[in-house]
Design a protein around this ligand. Structure first.
Ligand SMILES: [Zn+2]
Length: 248
């Protein structure tokens, strides 16, 4: 009886540990990843990007995006150990994305749509930097897999696993809450770096016009970032109330 009772207790104890671990994973996913892990994931993702797209080197667009990105960097609390970088992908796709641990990518198609509106471009790049700053990618990866612990073990594992993770990173879809936060961060960084945050509203207007023109085929950036009325309202409220709480 005593032995059985003891076994029960230990099974129960294991269960409690398991539930507790799951609870922690659910609440603080990103904590399973060190910055080093993030940078490594980002490097794997970057390899996938390089296989899929041609990266523009020293073209006017590439220089412009890097210049704006570096100006934004001077107004954010840079995360130690994160090698931020800014790139242009030669593709008509209207999109932009970032990878954990530093790289930000803007497609030349998005730059064409933005035209010479540096304020709009700064807000888009700021939005992508916001995902890096808030560690949204590792948070999302953790929630999609059984647990963050599993991925951090995989990170020390074989190249194929890492390559798979890298491919997954390019197609991550963030939660609505994470998108709101990235918007908030983006307009805050842009404002603090001296850009007009209304640039993002002008960009949204252009996207909406384009979406109406190409019925049923919204630009890629809208597929990843649904332009809900609520989203626009939130950004307008941040601008109207000067609530630029991120950056410096
Ligand atoms: Zn986003």
């Amino acid at each position: 009886m005593g032995a059985v009772g003891l076994r029960r207790v230990s099974v129960g104890g294991l269960l409690i540990i398991f539930v507790f671990a799951t609870f922690i994973t659910g609440c603080q996913n990103a904590n399973f990843f060190s910055t080093k892990d993030e940078v490594r994931l980002g490097e794997e993702g970057a390899k996938q990007v390089e296989q899929q797209y041609r990266i523009e080197v020293n073209t006017p667009d590439a220089i412009r995006v890097r210049r704006i990105g570096e100006r934004l960097l001077m107004h954010i609390h840079r995360r130690p150990g994160v090698p931020y970088s800014f790139h242009v992908l030669d593709s008509p796709t209207i999109n932009a994305f970032s990878l954990p641990g530093g790289p930000v990518y803007v497609f030349s198609g998005l730059i064409d749509l933005v035209g010479n509106d540096n304020d709009a471009l700064a807000c888009v790049i700021g939005h992508e930097l916001g995902h890096i700053q808030a560690r949204h990618a590792v948070k999302k990866l953790s929630s999609e897999m059984e647990s963050g612990i599993l991925i951090s073990i995989l990170l020390r594992g074989n190249a194929q696993t890492l390559a798979n993770l890298g491919a997954q990173l390019i197609n991550l879809h963030y939660s609505r809450g994470d998108e709101y936060e990235a918007d908030w961060r983006g307009v805050s960084y842009a404002y603090k770096a001296g850009y007009d945050p209304n640039g993002i509203i002008r960009f949204f207007d252009k996207l909406e016009v384009l979406e109406k023109k190409q019925k049923g085929a919204p630009p890629a950036w809208l597929q990843d970032h649904p332009l809900t009325k609520d989203r626009i309202k939130r950004i307008e409220h941040i601008i109207a109330t000067h609530d630029y709480k991120y950056g410096m």
